[in-house]
Design a protein around this ligand. Structure first.
Ligand code: DAH
Length: 346
């Protein structure tokens, strides 16, 4: 074999070498680059080539040496990563491979916590579709077709639905579905995504999450509604929290109220978040309007009930003090990484 052929053969050997352990890597180093290694011996032969060919062969041999060194590094690197992966059987002193462990989205965690509070007092969880028909989102909830109450919820209509289909604007639609399909006693909450045609800002988004609650049975009273909501607020935010109910209007409840709780930021003393009042609004509620019970096939002469609806982002904001709603949906890991189950579960 002439020099060129021998160089090519060693080159092929270098490329084909694999090494299962440190000893094999060292064997490769000695066999190629050691004092009597194949590459070293070939380099020695440079002395015998004619003067005018020295430059060309010199370059060729240098490339070969570089190929051998590069392969050596690759083999070492491969070995190091297998050693780490193998743990104690490799090099036990190396730091462990750490992957990026994902976690639940903060809104999922808060939704889960809200669900847990109500599950412990006997509420089931019900779900309904996000593309909803007019009857379930509005009609059966006592919003007549041209009633101005519909304006409170700027709606995304779905093409092809003949004006009948829309993205649900609240999870109150699930109340209707549950009552249509079951008889009291009913005790259920309905968490889910809702949509409104709002300009996206720090305080509003076109998509957000609500948890609706519904309790229907014989003799359900407003006092029980207040007690239930107080229990909820204290379970979520601490035993010192207070609530207050302010009269309000919703078509599907009578009487209706807005629920405020003590401001979590200033503990009721007054600050910019609560605009100095010491109270922050967290949900709407009321006694289910007898017309709604009738619309859903439940006799209002026998049964009564209460309902409430809250925004999950709002509850999360009060728990975490996140100043800008948009952060929740930008999916920036630097934001999401700050919420781990352990950090916020007391
Ligand atoms: N559906 C209402 C909204 O999205 C929230 C609400 C208020 C739900 C009062 C209720 C309720 O069940 O009783 O603004």
């Amino acid at each position: 074999m002439n020099l060129g052929e021998r160089i090519a053969a060693v080159e092929a050997e270098i490329a084909a070498t694999v090494a299962a352990d440190a000893r094999a890597v060292e064997g490769f180093r000695v066999g190629m680059l050691g004092r009597n290694g194949k590459v070293t011996l070939l380099l020695d032969e440079l002395r015998h080539v004619p003067k005018e060919e020295k430059r060309e062969w010199g370059q060729r041999l240098n490339q070969l040496k570089q190929a051998a060194s590069a392969r050596l590094e690759e083999l070492k690197g491969a070995l190091a990563s297998t050693a780490t992966a193998q743990g104690p059987e490799g090099d036990a002193t190396r730091p462990a491979l750490t992957g990026h462990a994902g976690s639940l989205h903060p809104i999922s965690m808060v939704r889960q916590r809200i669900t847990d509070v109500f599950a412990r007092i006997g509420y089931t969880v019900s779900q309904g579709p996000e593309v909803e028909d007019d009857r379930h989102n509005f009609g059966a909830l006592n919003f007549p077709a041209d009633h101005p109450a519909r304006d409170m919820q700027d709606t995304f209509f779905v093409e092809g639905g003949g004006g009948e289909l829309a993205l649900r604007t609240h999870t109150s639609s699930v109340q209707v579905r549950v009552m249509e399909n079951s008889q009291p006693p009913i005790r259920t909450i309905s968490p889910g995504r809702v949509y409104r045609n709002e300009a996206i800002s720090a305080r509003a988004h076109c998509m957000f999450h609500q948890v609706e609650g519904l309790y229907v049975d014989r003799g359900v009273s407003f006092a029980e509604l207040k007690g239930t909501l107080e229990h909820f607020v204290r379970s979520m935010f601490g035993p010192d929290m207070k609530i207050r109910l302010r009269p309000s209007y919703f078509p599907f409840t009578e009487p209706s109220a807005e629920v405020d709780m003590s401001c979590t930021i200033c503990a009721g003393k007054g600050c910019p978040v609560c605009k100095g009042s010491g109270w922050v609004e967290i949900m709407g509620c009321g006694m289910v309007d007898p017309a709604v019970l009738t619309n859903c096939g439940i006799d209002p002469e026998v049964y009564s009930g209460f309902a409430f609806g809250m925004g999950v982002e709002r509850i999360a904001q009060l728990l975490y003090r996140v100043p800008d709603l948009r952060l929740y949906w930008e999916n920036d890991v630097r934001f999401l990484d700050q919420f781990t189950d352990g950090a916020f579960r007391a």
